[in-house]
Design a protein around this ligand. Structure first.
Ligand code: AGP
Length: 604
């Protein structure tokens, strides 16, 4: 996710901005830049690469400017290039932006900006619009521009002819601000400001901030000045990077709504899935007769969701392969097979080697990767980057759900290109996918109930996840999550298979978490639950059913919002992640760094 920082005060701004950008590096980025304003002149440096490289670039500047803005870019619209880096400069305006302007293409056409633009970014479009509307009144120009934008944005803006002032406004994308002895500071999060002060305020949405060295004025769009509540942090720098959460994993669980918005929204055009920006050729979907999905661990589990969707809806055969197995078999793939590779890090050696093997059989490779420019991305024919931001915890959460979201987009695009589904069906499907972030936000509210369940599960050396169809696939991910961070030996089982042996392991108080969100097999799963309950299991039921209160069926019930069965995965994902997280936390374990595990398995 991009990082932004702005400073105006009574000391030079350059090092404050560079140091702040370094503190924001954990957010993940591929480019960095800054702009300093002094005597009506703008000194602007920006390039791909690290903040350190930017610091070197600015080293010779003897700029004593006390007003400036800085940015670390996590590319969404437009490739990783110097010109796409921020800040963007258009006439009188210099700005930095974190977010996604969903209607930027339409604005380019409406305001005839095509010949003015030098970058491929949505952010530059905002700079150009501000410059068009700016006739000496910055607030008026900002109001006019903001009315046109749809999407998420956190903007810091300087006007060349307005010395020592920074203007800012946000919608959805995060931004905090503070005034201290040195001046006024605004940033994406606390990490960049905590070195100066622990008092800050959250920038209210759709309020225009005017930062000067003496104060920060906050006014709503009607010009009413407001005073946001001042908050105080009790974190150190490392804590700030966790955004106040005790572990990165919990922070990343709660980042999932935005991660999915940032991954899906840029790929929806007029309500339909579009990979135009990604340069993914529809031909790979048109010509494929079958699909092979290759990955490891959680990434593979995301691929298994894709298998269920594609086979169920499109009747196209999908084979999911464990990369370390696939590498050493003689795979049955050819030029009519589309190989989809999933990897958060883009560096998993087994997945990389499997990708190379697939290509030797003439198969086109589309990879779903979260780290830009990673090896798997570079080796693939096509890449669909997820925009989850950096995932620090070893246990993958937000990277998993954005991989799942990417599979939904691919399934929909595949069905459209092959004329298996109509545009109307595709629009309905995409509209349900766009509501996934809200479903997750709703489900996250059950954290307290899940904590109570975790306190029961932590007492047991074993646990079972059961389900059918998509719920069984989610059970596989649930078992892995619980094992890898709480060390409870968990196993996922197709609910109908339990009585063919494994039910022998069900004894008093053994936790059995049943996912029962698939309507057509709901009653079957309930009867499987009754079987294990009768043998003393501690049963957690996860379903959409409001009516379940009978303790003969379950010991506790986590209800998820009523949805189409094929879209319950996002709610189930958050529940399984929170069960694992709170069990590990209840056991006093290091949730982010579980024993024996690495974030990226770059060795065989
Ligand atoms: C995820 O919780 C695990 N840590 C692990 O299974 C991971 O998904 C797997 O190693 C694949 O990593 P990748 O997505 O970076 O390729």
């Amino acid at each position: 996710m991009c990082g932004i920082i702005g400073f105006t005060g009574n000391i030079p701004a350059k090092d404050i901005i560079l140091n702040g950008l370094e503190r924001l590096e954990y957010r993940g980025y591929d480019s960095a830049g800054l702009a300093l304003l002094e005597n009506g002149e703008v000194t602007l440096h920006k390039r791909t690469g690290k903040v350190e490289a930017l610091r070197n670039l600015c080293a010779s500047d003897d700029n004593s400017a006390t007003c400036g803005i800085g940015h670390t870019r996590w590319a969404t619209h437009g490739g990783v290039t110097d010109v796409n880096a921020h800040p963007h400069h258009a006439g009188n305006v210099v700005l930095i932006h974190n977010g996604i302007i969903e209607n930027y293409r339409q604005l380019i056409v409406e305001y005839g900006l095509a010949d003015k633009l030098v970058s491929e970014t949505d952010s530059e479009v905002v700079a150009q619009l501000l410059n068009i509307f700016y006739e000496g009144d910055p607030i008026a120009a900002i109001k006019k521009t903001i009315k046109l934008l749809s999407g998420a944005f956190a903007l810091c803006i300087m006007f060349k002819d307005i010395p020592d002032k920074i203007f800012a406004i946000r919608n959805v994308s995060p931004m905090i601000a503070t005034h201290c002895d040195q001046g006024s500071i605004i940033a994406s999060d606390l990490t960049a400001v905590i070195a100066f002060t622990k008092d800050y305020f959250v920038v209210p949405e759709y309020h225009i901030l005017t930062l000067t060295k003496d104060e920060i004025v906050v006014e709503d769009l009607k010009g009413h000045v407001t005073k946001p509540e001042i908050l105080t942090v009790n974190w150190d720098i490392e804590g700030a990077q966790k955004g106040g959460y005790p572990f990165f994993m919990l922070k990343e669980i709660f980042e999932q709504p935005d991660a999915i918005r940032n991954t899906v929204s840029p790929r929806v055009e007029d309500g339909l899935p579009s990979f135009e920006e990604d340069g993914i050729d529809d031909a790979i979907f048109e010509h494929c007769k079958r699909i092979t999905i290759v990955a490891c661990g959680t990434a593979m589990h995301a691929g298994m969701v894709g298998k269920q969707l594609i086979e169920e809806k499109l009747r196209i055969p999908v084979q999911v392969e464990i990369a370390s197995e696939f590498r050493y078999k003689n795979p049955i793939i050819d030029e009519n097979t589309l190989t989809i590779v999933l990897s958060q890090s883009g560096e998993t050696i087994d997945t990389l080697e499997a990708l190379k093997l697939a290509k030797t059989f003439g198969s086109k490779v589309l990879s779903i990767v979260n780290v830009k420019g990673s090896t798997i991305a570079r080796e693939s024919d096509y890449v669909l980057y997820t925009h989850a931001g950096p995932e620090i915890a070893v246990a993958s959460t937000k990277a998993y759900t954005v991989q799942v979201a990417a599979m939904y987009l691919i399934a929909c695009r595949l069905g459209l290109v092959k004329n298996i589904i109509t545009e109307t069906m595709a629009r309905q499907f995409i509209s349900k996918l766009l509501s996934a972030p809200n479903i997750i936000e709703e489900t996250l509210k059950q954290a307290e109930e899940i904590k109570r369940i975790a306190n029961q599960i932590k007492l047991s050396p074993d646990a079972f996840y059961i389900g059918r169809g998509l719920d069984y696939v989610m059970g596989l991910e649930a078992a892995l999550k619980l094992k890898e961070i709480s060390y409870v030996h968990a196993e996922a089982y197709a609910a109908g298979e339990l009585k063919h042996g494994t039910i022998a392991l069900i004894t008093e108080n053994v936790p059995v978490i049943a996912f029962a969100t698939q309507e057509k097999v709901y009653d079957k799963v309930i009867s499987n639950i009754v079987e294990v309950k009768a043998r003393g299991a501690y049963v957690v039921l996860v379903s959409m059913d409001e009516s379940v209160t009978d303790t003969k069926v379950c010991d506790c019930h986590i209800r998820i919002p009523r949805l189409d069965s094929e879209f319950t995965t996002f709610a189930t994902a958050v529940i399984l992640q929170m069960i694992a997280y709170y069990t590990s936390e209840a056991k006093g374990l290091d949730v982010d760094k579980p024993r024996n595990l690495a974030k990226s398995v770059t060795v065989e």
